[in-house]
Design a protein around this ligand. Structure first.
Ligand code: PAF
Length: 283
């Protein structure tokens, strides 16, 4: 496994792989790898000739009040996990390589970036699309892999790829969960033992919404209060939002009959967790 920190070296290496006719699979991450990331990497290794993992904690997607400074970092552990899995290259740039002095260009996907997460974290997706656009130009992938847990991020990146005529396929992989249903996230490591126990209510609330939907309760005005009640059974939980939206536009919908994305964001102490479930159309 090769570790590359220089942008120009990564670009030349990607060019040489492309010249040899190899397909490049790409998994962009902020490190602190867990089974969720590993599932994306496994998929890439299975389907691409070479797999590139990027590790870069992107300051542009954190607001000043967020946890950039304390975002978990352990490069040696990540490197070991990637090597054991069969990753070919880790792209591990310094902040200055991505945002040199005088940096002033941003990529914004309008509309989608302002909904759900975008309402609570106003400049978050501007930071995400900017860095992912840059990483695509550096790593030059044929296929990029993202997780369903960050459903809005995946949708926005797909929109950016279409709008900017990028020749990149996106594969969205299922959310990986703990035994009690909690979606894996690097931020789970911040949860106190009590908050960790209570965080299982998130998946429970989403699964309850799914069974109600499947059993004929498809009115958002009924489902949202039910989800809210279940989340509120966790005494530490502080709900940021519970939303039932169209899975392509992310705009609120009144009924889940034609299918829907149910998305929630919940604080446990200062740790903010997100999760979602896709409801399929019912006949
Ligand atoms: O999902 C993430 O870890 C980040 O938002 C990403 C896509 C690596 C961009 O920094």
């Amino acid at each position: 496994m090769r570790i590359i920190s220089s942008v120009s070296e990564m670009q030349s290496y990607a060019d040489s792989l492309r010249k040899e006719g190899m397909t490049i699979g790409f998994v962009p991450t902020m490190g602190a790898l867990h089974e969720g990331h590993l599932s994306l990497l496994k998929k890439s290794i299975e389907t691409s000739d070479k797999t590139i993992l990027s590790i870069f904690v992107n300051p542009a997607q954190f607001s000043p009040s967020e946890d950039f400074g304390k975002y978990p970092k352990d490069f040696e552990r990540d490197e070991k996990m990637a090597e054991e899995l069969g990753v070919d290259i880790i792209f591990y740039p310094a902040k200055e390589a991505i945002y040199p002095n005088g940096y002033s260009t941003y990529t914004i996907v309008e509309g989608l970036s302002d909904r759900l997460e975008g309402k609570s974290r106003p400049s978050h997706f501007k930071g995400v699309t900017t860095v992912v656009n840059k990483l695509f130009n550096i790593v030059k992938p044929h296929i990029a892999f993202f997780g369903q847990k960050d459903a809005q991020q995946a949708l926005i990146i797909k929109r950016m790829i279409t709008d900017l005529n990028m020749d990149i396929d996106v594969v969205i992989c299922p959310t990986i969960r703990e035994d009690d249903g909690l979606a894996l996230s690097s931020r789970n490591s911040f949860l106190s033992p009590e908050a960790r126990k209570e965080a299982a209510f998130i998946h429970q609330a989403l699964k309850e919404a799914e069974s109600l939907h499947l059993n004929g309760d498809q009115n958002s005005e009924i489902l949202i209060p039910k989800i809210t009640d279940t989340l509120n059974s966790a005494p530490i939980a502080r709900i940021d939002y519970v939303a039932i939206v169209d899975s392509e536009t992310l705009l609120p919908i009144e009924s889940t009959k034609q299918g829907a994305l149910v998305a929630v964001a919940v604080f446990f102490d200062t740790t903010r967790l997100i999760d979602n479930i896709l409801l399929t159309a019912v006949k």
